[in-house]
Structure formats: C-alpha cells, structure tokens
Design a protein around this ligand. Structure first.
Ligand SMILES: CCCCCCCC/C=C\CCCCCCCC(=O)N[C@@H](Cc1c[nH]c2ccccc12)C(=O)O
Ligand SMILES: [Zn+2]
Ligand SMILES: [Zn+2]
Length: 521
C-alpha cells in the first residue's frame, strides 16, 4: 500500500512540475514573441506627410551673437517667485519692457495680438490665414525659483556667465529657454514673411513656480470667455534624456502625456505644555517624529505599469540590450521586478509610486518649555493610478496614531492622459519635429513628475503635452531648481530651430494616414 501511495505522490508531483515547466515555457515564449514583434515606431514615421513649403532657419554669426545676447539679458533679470505671496514684481515689469525691445517684430506685427494678463503674464494670439483650422497653444513661464550663489554656484545665478559653451543661470532650463526660444523663433518667422495657416496662442505665465493661480488661470479665464478651444497645448515638463535612463542606448525624447497629482497634508500633535524638568514620556515632537518616520519607512505602494510610465518603457524597449529589452517588452510579466530596480534612485522612484516628502517640521518655543504643538507638512506627488482621497486614507492608516491629526490642506488628482496614437495631432507633430531635428533620438510618451501651468488648461483641450527640446545628460536633472542650472549655447539655438519648425509643421490641415494603411502604387 505504501509503495502505491509513494508512486501516486510521485505521479502527482510529476504532473505539477511539468505543468509549471509548461507554464514558464509558455510565458517565456509569449514574452520572446512580444520582444521580437513590439514595434512602437510603426505608423506615421514613414507615412506621406502633407507637402509644405517650410522655411528653414540658418543662423548666421550676427544672428547668433544677437540671440545669445537676448537670452543672457533675459537670465539677468531676476524674475523670482519667492513664496506664494512674494514675487519680484519690479523684475517682472522689467522683463515686460525687455521682451518688447528684444522682439520688435513680434510686438509690431499686424498678425500678432498681444495683451498683458494679471499685470505680468503675456498672452499672444498669432492669427492664422485659415480660421477653420483649430488653434493650438505654446506655454512657458517667465518666473524662476530663488537661487543663491553661496549654495555653490560656479557663476552667480543671475550673471548668465558663459563657461565652456554653457550659459549658467537660474532659468536657463526652467523656463526662460522656452520663453525666449518660442519668441525668437516667431521673430525670425515673421521677419521671413511667414504667415501661419493655423492660428496659435503663446502664453507666458509669471507665477508658475507658485502654481499659476494668477497668470495661467487668468489666461484660461480669458480664453474661455472668448469661447476658444485648443487643438493641443505644449508646455515645459519632460526633455531629451541622454544617458539618464540606465541601460538605454542613445537619447530619448519623452513627451509628457500627463502629470502627477499633488496633496499637501498637515500632521499635528497637541499636548498640554509644561516645564521641561518634568517631561512626559513622549512629547508632541516625539509623537510627531514617530509619525513622520513611519511615513518615510513605509513608502506608498508600487504602481509601476498602471500609468503612462509603462508605455514609456515599452516604447523604449527596442533601445535596451538583452536582457533589459526582454524585460521592458514584457511589463505584464516583469513590472514587479523593474519597479524594484527603478525605486532605488529618487528620479526613477518618482515614476514607480506616489512619492512622500516631509517638507516642513515646526515645533518648540523655548528651551525649557514642553511644546504644546508640533506640526509637519507632507508633500505627496500622486501616481496616475491613485487619487487624493486614496493617498489621504493610506497616510492615516500608516500614521495609525489617534494623537496625530491628519488634515488635507490642498490637493488635486493626477491629470488626464493625453493621446499619443496615430491620430493625436499634437503628439505626432512634436514627434516629427523632434525626429527631423534629432534623427538619433527615440521619441516616447512619458509622465511629468512635477506640475506645470498646463494643468489649468484641461477645459480648453484634451491634449496637453509637456515637452521642451532641452538636452539632459547625467547630472542635469539635479540642476533643475538646484545649483549650476545651465544650457549649452548649441542647445539653446536648437530650441529656437525646434520652435521655428514646430510652428510651421502645425500648418498641415490633418495628419497623414499611418504607413500600414497607405497603399503604395
Ligand atoms: C526613468 C525616466 C527618467 C526620465 C528623466 C526625467 C528627468 C526629470 C528631471 C527634472 C524634473 C522635471 C520637472 C518637471 C517640471 C515641473 C515644473 C515645476 O517645477 N513645477 C513646480 C511648481 C508648481 C507648478 N504647479 C504647481 C502646483 C502646485 C504646487 C507646485 C506647483 C512643482 O511641481 O513643484
Ligand atoms: Zn518650470
Ligand atoms: Zn520650476
């Protein structure tokens, strides 16, 4: 009987093991087929685009000197947003005067209507010759975050000093490169006698760094009053990454289809004050510190693959070598593994989950007084697959202490996800413009981990893209709001050419049919 039982167990184990082997084999076969067949670059790249007579921009020595002088002057004006209530309004006013001087054709052309919004923001309407074509909008912002030379800058942050082909200064990549790049491109186009077929708007906010409540929001209010609907909006956000994504061969231009949401949560602990010579076992500071530590020790769940970031890696898969190519092409199988790799670095961790940052911690009034109140503020950047409410519930659970009051101060859900398929006009035009100028770059959809003025435009269009053609190499993401912010003179020129070409590329009536459905004769 015993032998019979043993042989039955063996038989059963054999079936289990062979089924497991077959399943693994099947999964790997599907994964291998996907790796070989995933062709995200098919579609419009080879399609027949409408014939246009685009003007080309060749920058001569004199123009180069002039455009760089203009850009440097822009950087030298310290248009700083210090806090939600304090901006350098003198500098913002000076910036207005400077723009009028730097771009005389833009400000005098009969094709361009300009208006100031909320005193310091700018709204331009460039009239198209074919009013039936839906207009689009380019956004950028003129304010910058504070910068102090003593933090370790190689050149004073408002000097625009040129060192080894780079212009250093606050605003060189965020976001005066776009402000100046767009207007310089328009100036050149108008000087060449260009008149657009498709009308477009340019919006330059003056308070983006403090959430755009005056600039962008009023621009939106005005456009809504006028009944404007936009084909697409393009704002700052993602850039061309070169050597930033580990394992990726060659540069990648990520176009942000969405941006993370945000929540500001206040934690507070109130206890009876007292003499420090008779302290209670736990003070308000101790209780709050434990709560903060719990939040840092228990990051939000991994959600990699549940938002547009999954698409990013699938698009880039063919630019990784094996085994990464195999992993990226099969996120349905490997996203748990990839999440664990990406979460090791702050930049890539931001794509994996809702991030939690404790940014204020206030308590204490006197050395010998037990403080009655301790409070901390937590800034969460919400992954596309979560909401403010879900994040708030998780924070309450994680803190798990009734003595800690958890309050939502402010927040908004992640932004809707814009289209990136063959019919998405804005996405395809940006992609084409990037590829024409930088043929070695792989273009992929992405998600913007910070917030931009474009989030205020959701009622005017479903298609918001966050991208500027600045090149980010290793070490550059840290310059964003950090020290030694800089752009190469070559890259700034490329930005002008990019906007110069993009504006003209938008003049086509409609996108071509994708290559797969075009019948060659
Ligand atoms: C694995 C892929 C790697 C890809 C590399 C990505 C590199 C990322 C490098 C830099 C970060 C980009 C940040 C995007 C721009 C965001 C603009 C910004 O800084 N916004 C501020 C201010 C702000 C704007 N609106 C609001 C609303 C509410 C609070 C703040 C703001 C911000 O997000 O804090
Ligand atoms: Zn910015
Ligand atoms: Zn910024």
């Amino acid at each position: 009987l015993k032998t019979k039982q043993t042989s039955q167990i063996f038989k059963f184990l054999k079936i289990i093991i062979s089924s497991l082997l077959i399943t693994v084999l099947l999964l790997f076969t599907i994964a291998a087929i996907r790796t070989l067949s995933l062709d995200v670059n098919a579609g419009l790249q080879l399609a027949h685009w409408e014939k246009t007579n685009n003007k080309s921009l060749v920058i001569d020595h004199h123009q180069r000197e002039e455009l760089l002088a203009n850009f440097k002057e822009a950087i030298r004006i310290p248009t700083v947003s210090f806090s939600n209530t304090e901006s350098n309004t003198t500098a913002l006013h000076e910036f207005d005067r400077f723009l009028r001087k730097a771009f005389p054709t833009v400000f005098s052309s009969s094709l361009v209507h300009h208006e100031l919004v909320a005193n310091y923001s700018h709204l331009f309407w460039v009239k198209g010759s074919q009013p039936e074509l839906v207009p689009y909008m380019l956004l950028a912002h003129i304010d910058v975050v504070p910068a102090s030379e003593s933090d370790g800058w190689e050149a004073p942050p408002f000097s625009a000093k040129e060192i080894d082909g780079f212009i250093y200064g606050r605003g060189t990549i965020d976001d005066k490169n776009s402000v100046m790049g767009i207007l310089q491109a328009l100036e050149y186009l108008l000087l060449k006698g260009y008149a657009p077929r498709r009308g477009f708007y340019i919006g330059l906010g003056h308070d983006e760094e403090i959430s755009g409540l005056n600039g962008a929001m009023n621009i939106v209010r005005i456009l809504k009053q006028r009944g404007v609907q936009l084909l697409f909006v393009m704002d700052e956000g993602l850039t061309i990454s070169d050597g930033i994504i580990p394992g990726l061969e060659g540069p990648a231009a990520l176009i942000g289809l969405s941006e993370k949401g945000q929540a500001v949560i206040k934690l507070s602990v109130s206890v009876a004050p007292g003499h420090s010579s008779m302290p209670p076992r736990e003070t308000s500071i101790g209780i709050l510190a434990t709560a903060v530590k719990r939040l840092e020790d228990n990051p939000m769940p991994r959600l990699f693959g549940y938002g547009p970031e999954g698409d990013t890696f699938e698009h880039l898969a063919h630019k990784f070598s094996l085994p990464l190519k195999f992993i990226m092409s099969n996120l349905w199988l490997f996203s748990p593994l990839l999440s664990r790799i990406l979460e090791r670095k702050p930049v890539s961790n931001a794509f994996v989950r809702t991030t939690t940052a404790v940014t204020f911690f206030n308590a204490g009034v006197k050395i010998n007084v037990i403080p009655s109140l301790a409070e901390a503020y937590v800034n969460l950047r919400i992954h596309s697959a979560q909401s403010v409410q879900e994040v708030l519930d998780i924070i309450k659970d994680t803190v798990g202490d009734q003595r800690v009051k958890v309050e939502l101060v402010d927040g908004f859900d992640p932004l809707p996800i814009s289209g990136a398929d063959d019919k998405a006009f804005g996405f395809q035009i940006i992609k084409k413009t990037v590829l024409d100028l930088f043929p070695t770059v792989t273009v992929a959809p992405g998600i913007c981990i910070g917030n931009t003025d474009s989030r205020h435009f959701v009622d005017l269009t479903k298609n918001i893209y966050r991208f500027s053609p600045a090149w980010f190499k290793p070490g550059d993401p840290e310059r964003f709001h950090g020290i030694n912010e800089r752009i190469s003179t070559k890259n700034y020129e490329e930005m002008i050419v990019f906007y110069f070409n993009l504006i003209q590329n938008c003049d086509i009536r409609k996108l071509p049919e994708p290559h797969s459905s075009v019948h060659e004769l």
